[in-house]
Design a protein around this ligand. Structure first.
Ligand SMILES: O=C(O)C1=C[C@@H](OP(=O)(O)O)[C@@H](O)[C@H](O)C1
Ligand SMILES: C=C(OP(=O)(O)O)C(=O)O
Length: 429
């Protein structure tokens, strides 16, 4: 095993049951959708309690590149003032799936070329289906035929119309086309034709946020979405807490036999992270949702599970860590597409869990995890924020887990390590 780096994070081991309230920042997926919709709207929009993280700052930066004003208001709110999109700039996608899949469809509306590039690994994330779909809708894409970097040759308008796409590699292909569709001359009708369709709740979130802005969306047919051409209304919205980023904190209740309360957990939501309630219930926690938020209480023992995580695949790293600490074996299914996430998460989780002594095998669409006594060691994270979260969960129970590159959490939760130590110190209830 390679030696530790001084920048590694010694994941703290719990000294007893956690008992804390964890206040989560806003949802990445909601913040970025609201930003895009606000950029397409007629009038200025206000986002209240948006997530401020690398992925959302990259989205705000992308919109500024297109000539949109995104101003900081008191607190962390954003005021978005739309205007006709300009070309000539370069959008940095970082490693953000939202930016690389949601911005090219609106860049077709710019007057002039817009270049797109991102982190090294971003260049291997799947893009071909959405680039082909955009071509079919009348957008000219130059340079990269099928991946970053590429250039969208905006001409100020996009014909739109009907398009068939295989979105089995990412739901974001569908979401990106739908988000832009109302501003296309003919609107857009997207038909998914492929083996699987991951992350359906994220597509439902796209439909819901568009409807919030007055856009007419028909999702009554299976795997077909119709967005009518028309005006996009301005928004004044409070962003829900990021439920996917609740996963590691709630997991801590299970691992330590403690209690975690997350205030503001919505009673109803399209966030895939809401699946944590069922997952933790199956794994043996007491899960209680009321008007004040969600409370999860663990008993100290963890059941293994057999679960299809296709709807909420971004939970896989933390759930896999919990499975490695469980009392029995587990199978995680339905997440073949996460090989195209920030890293190949199936391979990364198998390698890193096995590195700590677990018995994990990769399957075609997930992981088979047989818990074994674990030992400390270096936990590589592959520039993947959720690998850091998984390492943190393991560290609670396994002394000596050194998590590589903890700074990568900035993608969606820059305050992660502080929130984690506050949780362990026992924040006021
Ligand atoms: O639309 C979104 O905001 C997201 C959709 C999902 O992508 P995939 O469908 O590629 O898994 C999810 O994993 C990602 O974190 C965010
Ligand atoms: C898959 C994820 O992100 P992205 O939006 O970059 O696809 C994630 O946050 O787990």
């Amino acid at each position: 095993m390679p030696s530790a780096d001084p920048a590694d994070w010694a994941a703290p081991t719990s000294t007893g049951p956690v008992d804390a309230t964890v206040v989560l920042p806003g949802s990445k997926s909601l913040t970025n959708r609201y930003l895009v919709i606000a950029a397409l709207a007629q009038d200025p929009s206000r986002l209240r309690r948006p997530l401020r993280s690398r992925d959302t700052e990259l989205m705000a930066g992308a919109l500024r590149t297109l000539g949109v004003r995104v101003d900081d208001l008191d607190g962390d709110d954003w005021l978005i003032t739309p205007s006709a999109f300009v070309g000539g700039g370069t959008v940095d996608c970082g490693l953000a799936g939202n930016v690389m899949r949601f911005v090219p469809p609106i860049a077709g509306l710019a007057r002039g070329p817009v270049r797109f590039d991102g982190d090294e690994h971003a260049r291997v994330r799947p893009m071909a289906p959405i680039l082909d779909a955009l071509r079919a809708l009348g957008v000219t894409i130059e340079e990269g035929a099928s991946s970053l970097p590429f250039r969208v040759a905006g001409v100020g308008r996009v014909r739109g119309g009907d398009v068939t796409i295989d979105a089995s590699a990412s739901s974001q292909f569908v979401s990106g086309l739908l988000l832009a569709g109302a501003r296309y001359d003919e609107g857009v009708t997207v038909l998914h034709d492929g083996k699987t369709l991951p992350s359906l709740p994220h597509i439902e979130m796209t439909v819901e946020t568009l409807r919030d802005a007055g856009v007419i969306v028909d999702d009554s047919q299976v795997h077909t979405w119709r967005v009518e051409p028309g005006e996009v209304g301005a928004l004044d919205v409070v962003v829900e807490p990021d439920l996917s980023n609740s996963a590691q904190f709630l997991a801590a209740a299970l691992v330590t036999g403690g209690r975690i309360h997350v205030p503001g957990w919505p009673q109803w939501t399209t966030q895939g992270g809401d699946a944590m309630r069922d997952i933790l219930d199956i794994m043996g926690a007491d899960v209680h949702l009321d008007r004040t938020g969600l409370t999860v209480t663990g008993t100290g023992s963890i059941n293994g599970l057999d679960i299809d995580l296709s709807g909420s695949s971004e939970l896989t790293p933390v759930v896999a860590a919990l499975c490695a600490l469980a009392d029995g074996p587990s199978i995680i299914r339905g997440v073949a597409h996460i090989r195209g996430h920030e890293t190949d998460r199936i391979a990364a989780l198998a390698r890193e869990l096995n590195g700590l002594g677990s018995d994990v095998t990769e399957t075609e669409d997930g992981l088979r995890i047989r818990p074994r006594p674990l030992r400390g060691g270096r936990f590589h994270t592959y520039a993947d924020h959720r690998m850091v979260m998984a390492g943190a969960v393991l560290g609670l129970a396994v002394p000596g887990v050194l998590v590589e590159n903890p700074a990568t959490v900035a993608k969606t939760l820059p305050t992660f390590t502080r929130l984690w130590s506050d949780m362990l110190a026992g924040s006021p209830r």
